[in-house]
Write a protein that binds this ligand. Structure first.
Ligand SMILES: [Ca+2]
Ligand SMILES: [Ca+2]
Length: 269
């Protein structure tokens, strides 16, 4: 924004000296973590959506958050080491379902390593791991390898038996219930995906529905339960920081439901 203004002044001859002057450091494209970017509390990011509800709100948010950078699947490893860093230990990440803090460099496919969980299961719409929904860090989280397998591609709902190595999580044949501390986080990630992906850019149109066992359909449930989880478990500092880090350092877009949890009911309530 700042760079654009300087360029316009320069082109218009209003500030001819600007042509010869170096741009302020804060306007350099490489400086994406600076404090001059909009912050979460600044609703200017959402200006075109403010005052809208229902499908109009959803469409306005899709337009806003679709302006984003995409990572490769390989770059997701390094992004998660920043977005999900343990606030109490910069060498560790916190795993989504188990809540365990463990070394950033213990990622991989072996027992008790952490890997990249697609909270919106990638088979629901079959979008794989190429840039797009398959690499969107807003819904990708570090998880224990075996806990990730236990979740599989199940929809989210209440109930089932306790999940090994992840206290407070439950699963049965067709659904997965995350621990209370991340129920809202999961709901808001799923809602982000439903709004972000509307069938453009070669990606499927992802949508919520009120069922489980969605299989390979581009749908995720259970909508009524996700709405409850969003209300029960409001965004905490870890989740808000994660949204800000993705905005500042990686994709430069935001999850609107972390900034405005009330918009979930405005769209799906
Ligand atoms: Ca939470
Ligand atoms: Ca959608």
């Amino acid at each position: 924004m700042l760079k654009t203004r300087w360029t316009r002044f320069a082109l218009a001859g209003v500030l001819p000296l600007a042509v010869a002057l170096p741009l302020p450091a804060s306007a350099a494209p490489a400086d994406l973590g600076g404090t001059d970017r909009p912050v979460a509390a600044d609703d200017s990011y959402y200006e075109p959506a403010l005052g809208k509800t229902g499908p109009e709100l959803k469409a306005a948010l899709n337009d806003i958050i679709s302006s984003a950078d995409q990572l490769t699947y390989d770059e997701v490893w390094d992004a998660l080491k920043v977005t999900d860093q343990d606030p109490a230990n910069p060498d560790n990440v916190i795993l989504l379902y188990s809540g365990r803090s463990q070394g950033k460099d213990t990622n991989g496919g072996g027992a008790d390593q952490w890997n990249r969980e697609h909270t919106w299961a990638k088979s629901h719409g079959d979008f794989g791991t190429s840039p797009g929904p398959g690499t969107d860090v807003h819904h990708l989280r570090p998880t224990d390898v075996s806990v990730n397998s236990a979740r599989g591609n199940k929809d989210f709902d209440m109930g089932g038996s306790p999940v090994d190595e992840a206290e407070g999580n439950f699963t049965d044949d067709d659904s997965f219930e995350p621990r209370d501390e991340v129920k809202g986080d999961v709901a808001r990630m799923i809602m982000y995906m439903a709004v972000r992906y509307e069938g453009d850019d070669g990606a499927p149109d992802l949508e919520l529905n009120d069922q489980v066992d969605n299989g390979s359909a581009p749908a995720m449930g259970r909508q009524s339960v996700l709405l409850e989880w969003n209300a029960q478990d409001p965004p905490d500092d870890f989740e808000k920081n994660r949204n800000q880090v993705i905005f500042d350092q990686f994709q430069h877009n935001r999850n609107p439901f972390i900034d405005h949890p009330e918009w979930a009911a405005d769209i799906w309530g």
